[in-house]
Design a binder for this molecule. Sequence first.
Ligand SMILES: NC(=O)c1ccc[n+]([C@@H]2O[C@H](COP(=O)([O-])OP(=O)(O)OC[C@H]3O[C@@H](n4cnc5c(N)ncnc54)[C@H](OP(=O)(O)O)[C@@H]3O)[C@@H](O)[C@H]2O)c1
Length: 353
Amino acid sequence: MNPKRVAIVGASGYSGEELVRLLLSHPGVQLAAVTSRQYAGQTLAQVFPKFAHHPRARKLCFSEPKAELLAQEAQVVFLALPHGVAAEFAVPLLQLGCRVIDLSADFRLKSPGVYKDFYAREHPAPALLAQAVYGLPEVYRDQIKSASLIACPGCYPTSILLPCIPLLRAGLVRPAGIIADSLSGVSGAGRKAEPDYLFVECNESVRPYGLPKHRHLAEVEQELSLAAGTQVTLQFTPHLVPVSRGILTTLYLAPNARFDRPGDLGEFGKKVAACYLAAYRDEPFVRVLEGQNLPDTKNVVGTNVLELAWRLDPRTGRLIVMSAEDNLLKGASGQAVQSLNLICDLPEITGLV
Ligand SMILES: NC(=O)c1ccc[n+]([C@@H]2O[C@H](COP(=O)([O-])OP(=O)(O)OC[C@H]3O[C@@H](n4cnc5c(N)ncnc54)[C@H](OP(=O)(O)O)[C@@H]3O)[C@@H](O)[C@H]2O)c1
């Protein structure tokens, strides 16, 4: 069988570069086209010397992003573009018969009204929202397989949803009053020159931002509400930390249980352990930590794995769940390649381990 031909629009950005790395050595597909306006005409090897050992990187040139040309070159197109721009490419690419894996926020929300509320603009292609599948394989694996438009989750949302969804589905935690604190490396902001993200501004600095209504809240609340069967409203504080990549999230959850008698806490803990075991025992990219270990970005950066651990606090009665992931892999490009493997009917781990 001929390998599927794939293209990356926005291949010069951080998540695009990670897609290039993964797809150059992916055994089931051929990287057929990469776009960048600023580097059009230069080879991948010229722009990213770290790929120069790969023969294809010495041949394949960046091109101007044009949907008609991309559709001639590739059957599956990744969009690693800013939101708003991604929809401009998704519409013609789908019309031309491509399958589209979008890393932006353009198709993650089901409601154009919520999109307008959080992104301060009318949705550019509301007719496509119903057909888009949220690209979280651990939750939507079957739908992704046959989807023509996949909306990959955001980096923070992945770090919140994978820990919370099994607990909410099982009714083990209350949907109300969930609090999430996240710490993100600077690559989360993309490869753009903005004063806030200059080395001198970020180094030796830790700061919150995007309060109280970070854009990612919209998709997190959408997906948590589906899991809980009732509207979930989340308190979320993201922080920028001086590392290149990685996200660490801490969640504060209220158990749906009373701890009146000795032993109640232990019984509840057993239910949490069983819930995570059932959800993630067979998942190749979710690692539930045991024993004393706690999530640490250094264990997951460079991998497509999200690791998580939980603790019950007997003094406050809260369940604390922590997760760590690489924002550019499980939070973006690695997760997108999981979806690629699903639509190509390949083992989900292909090219990712
Ligand atoms: N960074 C993360 O951790 C992360 C995680 C999850 C999801 N995402 C999402 O993934 C998308 C890409 O993020 P990123 O961090 O990789 O961004 P980035 O580093 O800023 O890269 C953006 C890419 O888009 C291209 N581009 C920008 N404007 C364009 C336009 N008008 N037409 C055509 N190409 C254009 C740029 O290349 P040229 O300027 O050379 O054309 C570049 O290749 C965003 O929607 C982001 O929210 C990012």
